[in-house]
Write a protein that binds this ligand. Sequence first.
Ligand code: 3PG
Length: 224
Amino acid sequence: MSQVPPPTAFAADPIGALGIVRIIPIVVIDDAAHAAPLAEALIAGGLPVAEVTLRTPAAVAAIEVMARQPGFLVGAGTLLDPGQAARTAGAGARFAVSPGFDPAVVTACQSVSLPVLPGGVTATEIQLIRRAGLDTCKFFPAEAAGGLRTLSALSAPFHDMRFVPTGGIGPDNAAGYLSSPWVHAIGGSWMVARDLIASGQWDRIRQLTAQAAAIAASHRPGTR
Ligand code: 3PG
């Protein structure tokens, strides 16, 4: 199992807590009634975290349910509009994730004290994210953008940044990312595939989550 931070870490430093859990399950949820059993399966599997993407009408209600789950850290993903910051923070999201870097979205998150991970995949984007005062960003779409090779090249000028690669990562390539000194955590949907959630396959989700947690536990970041 991966290391599980104490629940107090979730409130005090959600981004730091992601760096302890190290794998963020990325969820597309169609029915808020699935939120509680999904959170329970993730906790049982050893990854007590979810990024609930704002891609479905059920997402905000699902965040509300997961935010009430003891020992669970829920964030909102796919923030595309500034107005989504207050809405999701109000629902109980402890962190926000955006696919790209939109300064208005970042400012809106900061105005409601919602830690945010904007996405960047080029030197220009990462430089702008850094200038916005952030030291951690999503690296998306990780595999399509060249994966670890690109990330390693970018880490030279941005040696004070931490990255959360997401997109195209699964059990076969997670270890390489998790071993990189530049990777704070990774995101992925493989253990919470939309059809597994929709069909209520909680035991399968727990199994896949436990496998992912084991990969995280055995691949710690190297020294910078
Ligand atoms: C997303 O935002 O959907 C993530 O990039 C998930 O990517 P994955 O499905 O390749 O894990």
